[in-house]
Design a protein around this ligand. Structure first.
Ligand SMILES: C[S@@+](CC[C@H](N)C(=O)[O-])C[C@H]1O[C@@H](n2cnc3c(N)ncnc32)[C@H](O)[C@@H]1O
Length: 321
C-alpha cells in the first residue's frame, strides 16, 4: 500500500490554508473521505433519494457479459476511487464463475475505503489484489507501472466520481488515464445524468440528514487533523443546483460572524461573515452525448453506452487510444 500519513496531513494543511483564504472559500472534495466520511458515504448509497449506486450496480449486473468479453484472461482491472469495492466485485464474481483469474488494482485516497475494497476483492481466491492509497493520479501511475505488457487492462471510473471534477480537471484527468493505458485497453466510465432539480437536491440534501453529516464531517476532520476550532453546529449544509454549469454545489454556510483558528495549518485565522459559505463539493451532471464527447476529447473511442433510464445514469465503455 502506498502513500504516507505525514504527506497526506501536509497536503490537507496546505489546501485548507489556501482554500479558506480564497474567495469564495473552498475545500477540495477529496477531503470528505476520512474514515467516518467513507462510512457516511456508504450510508448515503443506501438512501432512497441517492439512486446512483443502485443504478450503476444494476447496469453492471445487466451488462456484465459484454464487459467481461472485453477483458483478457487473466483480466486486469484498475478501479479509481472505488469506495467499498462492491462494483468491481460484480465483475470479479463473473470472472470467477468463468474460472478466469484477475488482478485488481484498487486506488483510493481513503484508507477505510481501500481496506473495504481489498476485503471485497480478496473473497475470490483467483484474484490478486493490489492496493494503492493516494490520489487518482498517483494511484494510476503506480498501477500503470505494474501492468503486464502482454495483457490488456480496463480502468473503472465509476459512481460518477468524474462529476467531482470540473470541465478542465476532468479533461486533464481523462487524458492522464489515456496516457496510462495502451492500445487494446479500455475505460468504463459511470456518470450521473441531468434529471429534475427536485431529485438532484434530494440526492444531496436528504431528509434524514446523512448527506449533511457527510459534508459537516469535513469540519470535524479539520478540528482533529489541523487542530482547528470549528464550532460544527454553527455551519449549515446547503446545496444548490447551478443549471448554467450543470452541477449540484454543496456548501457549509456560517450561521454567524465568527473566526476559526487552524493551529496546525500555520496558525492561520479564518474570518467568516454571517451567511458566508465554504464550497466543499461540485457534482456535475451530464447528457449522455456529453459523456462520450468528454472522453473522446481525451482520445478515447466510444464502444458502448448503457443507460438506466429511471435513475438517469450512464455507464459508457471506451477503447483506449
Ligand atoms: C463518491 S465515492 C464513490 C465510490 C465508488 N466509486 C462508488 O461508485 O460507490 C468516491 C470515492 O473516491 C475516493 N476519492 C475521492 N477523491 C479522490 C481522489 N482525488 N483521489 C483518490 N480517491 C478519491 C473516495 O475516498 C471514495 O472512496
Amino acid at each position: 500500500m502506498r502513500g504516507s500519513a505525514a504527506e497526506a496531513a501536509g497536503g490537507l494543511a496546505r489546501d485548507a490554508a489556501a482554500g479558506l483564504t480564497a474567495k469564495p472559500k473552498r475545500l477540495p472534495a477529496k477531503y470528505l473521505y476520512d474514515a467516518l466520511g467513507s462510512q457516511l458515504f456508504e450510508a448515503i448509497c443506501e438512501l432512497p433519494w441517492y439512486p446512483i449506486t443502485r443504478a450503476e450496480r444494476a447496469l453492471l449486473a445487466r451488462e456484465r457479459d459484454a464487459i467481461l468479453a472485453r477483458l483478457d484472461t487473466p483480466a486486469t482491472l484498475i478501479e479509481l476511487g472505488g469506495g467499498n469495492g462492491e462494483k468491481p466485485a460484480i465483475l470479479v464474481e463473473g470472472l470467477a464463475a468463468q474460472r478466469r483469474a484477475a488482478t485488481v488494482h484498487l486506488i483510493d485516497i481513503s484508507e477505510t475505503a481501500l481496506e473495504r475494497a481489498r476485503s471485497a476483492a480478496a473473497r475470490y481466491p483467483s484474484v490478486i489484489v493490489r492496493g494503492h492509497r493516494g490520489t487518482y493520479a498517483a494511484g494510476l501511475r503506480a498501477a500503470a507501472a505494474e501492468l503486464d505488457p502482454q495483457r490488456s487492462a480496463m480502468a473503472l471510473f465509476l459512481g460518477s466520481n468524474i462529476g467531482n471534477l470540473d470541465a478542465h480537471e476532468s479533461r486533464r484527468f481523462l487524458a492522464e488515464i489515456a496516457g496510462a493505458l495502451r492500445p487494446g485497453d479500455s475505460l468504463l466510465l459511470g456518470a450521473d445524468l441531468v434529471k429534475p432539480e427536485r431529485d438532484l437536491l434530494l440526492a444531496y440534501d436528504d431528509p434524514l440528514g446523512v448527506t449533511a453529516a457527510f459534508n459537516r464531517n469535513l469540519l470535524v476532520r479539520l478540528n482533529r487533523e489541523l487542530a482547528a476550532d470549528f464550532a460544527v453546529e454553527r455551519f449549515r449544509h446547503r446545496v444548490v443546483w447551478n443549471a448554467a454549469a450543470s452541477r449540484v454545489e454543496s456548501y457549509l454556510v456560517s450561521q454567524a460572524e465568527q473566526t476559526v483558528r487552524l493551529a496546525a495549518a500555520g496558525g492561520c485565522s479564518i474570518r467568516f461573515a454571517e451567511g458566508e459559505a465554504i464550497w466543499t463539493e461540485s457534482s456535475y451532471k451530464y447528457k449522455p452525448e456529453e459523456v462520450a464527447a468528454l472522453a473522446e476529447s481525451a482520445g478515447f473511442t466510444l464502444s458502448a453506452q448503457w443507460i438506466e433510464a429511471d435513475a438517469a445514469f450512464a455507464l459508457t465503455l471506451f477503447d483506449a487510444p
